[in-house]
Design a protein around this ligand. Sequence first.
Ligand SMILES: [Fe+2]
Length: 747
Amino acid sequence: MVTAAKGPPSTGYGATSRTTAGAAQLSASTPAAAPAPLDADAPVPESANHVFTTRFLPRLFKPSLPPPPPPPPPAARPAPAPPAADAPVAEAAHPGFTTRFPPPPFKPAPPPPPGSRLAAVRAARVAKQLEAHPFYAHPGLRGLPMMTTAPTPAVAWLRWAVKVAVIYVRLAGNSVEAAIRARAAVGGGGVAARLRAWTTVIGVAVMAVASGGGPSALRKAIEPVDRAADEAADALAEAGKATAADPYEPYRALFATLPVPPIALAAAIESDEVFARLRVAGPNPMVLTRVRAADDGTVVGWLTDSHLRAVAGCGGDTIAAAVADHRLYVADYRGFAAALHASSEATGVTDDPDMTGGADGRGAEVLLGPVAVFALPPGGGSGGRLLPVAILPDGKLGTPALTPADGTAWTAAKAIVNAADGAHHELDTHLARTHLFVNLAMGCTSRRLSATHHPVWRLLTPHADGTAFINNLTPHTLLAKGGDVHLLLPASRAAQVHYVGGIVTGARFNDRFPRTELAARGLLHEDALSYPYREDALAMYDAIHTFVADVLGEYYKSDADVVGDPELAAWAADISAPAPGGAGVAGFGELRPDGSTEEGTIRTFVYLVKAVTLLIWTASAQHAAANFPQADLMACAAAYPLAVRAGPPSPGTTTSITEWLPPLRVAGRQLFLGNLLGGVVHLPLGTYPLTPLPGGWFRSARGAAAVSNLRRRLGEIDARIGAREAGEKWFKYEYLRADRVPRSINI
Ligand SMILES: [Fe+2]
């Protein structure tokens, strides 16, 4: 089990018990006298670094770039045997760092009649594709099948790499500025520190450009950024000892040249309104469920009518009435925490340095399974906005429930909920259910459908641009030992990977349609509940569904056309075939009247359109909803920790909230990870490659009209979101606005 042990007694902001070479260097020139209060908002003379990172860099990379040269095609490689569950990740085992351009785009057409010469040509093409795109069992992901390469008709890799490099440099500049300010606050800094800082920035720029060399080069590129962030954290921790007036200020001071996220501002960080809004308009709006019975296992045994009556507007309310009126909601993380604990037990890794605090000098990461209850007051007094009622911090009956009247204990309980939500977001909602989910079916598209000819190949391939690349990179970087996921999230790397693998292989395709998923949580028809994610996600799904039906309707006039397409049948069978020979996706295929699935079959045009829509929606809208809040809502560890460092708070506790928060070094890494992953918007939805061709990418008037209609629908959705969020007080939910949704998972 992950221990609940606390770290050493607080001496300020936590990270001061560690010194690194970099910190020691900076400290060596720092006189110990007269520390001044730390105030990141105080006017600070603009350094050259500040001007460079906030003014010059954003302008430098605006011009359009020449198209990238086609990379050489990779050699076909056989799939290696599945490795042991936690085998070290060998770079040679990852063939996915190259991309290949497909043959010229012929006009799409379904397979010709069997026996024809054209049929033989297409069959030969598919046979070659099958050889060129084997699945392989990924050693960094418990042997999950991964696609090796994917055709990339317009991946624009150079522009992508430049965007990433710019963000790297901006992040390094931010860290350097934070370190300079913090050192200045304690009377240190000076020319030597600035020169070292600039060396770091230049080193990062060089290495970021060189990161095209593969994972080892990329790791080297990350190192100086991490060092700069650590130095800033150490300096802020040292400066922070001088003042404890605002425990969150050192976390905000990490944002030196980057804007402080709105939810981390002083007025928002402990707001109950913000806490409730995060459940319906946050990074992970996939956990909230409606309480459907008063004896529901989520609230029975601990929630009482008196808890509910203490909520504004709920004076005479009862649990029974709130349940009957569909006004009681819950975010329950017990199942997630139990599964991650079980993964720790299954992998036998329960004392990883990150779990014991040995890796960052703070107390152990504590993995709790909280339950948080929310209500809508009777009569619609809150305008559909949820109000927090109570939290059971570790989900255990018999332990104290906390309410908004509990002061610091309530604040700590909210941090515990946000931390569970953040860990669930990264491992489950984001990595498993978008990145790896899309990877599998897109891999089958590369293998089984005739390149550039087949209508489904033509439709899906632009929505897999960069997905193989980014997915193959993850085990080398974020999920690697010592990587940011490992460092920021609870449990060991082995347990994290074990958990993610279980989600990918266990989740059923037919359960992932957004209306099915929302209905399963009892939220599909709750119109009284303000739920921005639901509104936008369904609008995007419907727009994409219409688009897919338009495009595919040109080639499939009836269900008989669908059944008569042998490539489509092979594609569907490959998605369902057991891994690693096939993708091993459960629950993919036509639904029978009794709700069961005809695994691996597509017999109707309706199901074909639904399945393709789900893949495109997941690769675009759903990934955007999960990915881009990382750059603001999840960037400040004080507002949204990814793991807490102390156990359930006691009512009446006077312990500082910093006991529960990650140390500043970890907060610096969270800032880096969130801004990097949430900062690259590449290849927007509604764009397709080679549009100068007559008829556009689909080479037909109908296809071109379908793209135009999709863009128009996206524009309408964009306008609705803009109008809805215009007066939003705390933070806007705009992650599904048209210009913010990439068409593929490429970051
Ligand atoms: Fe992502």
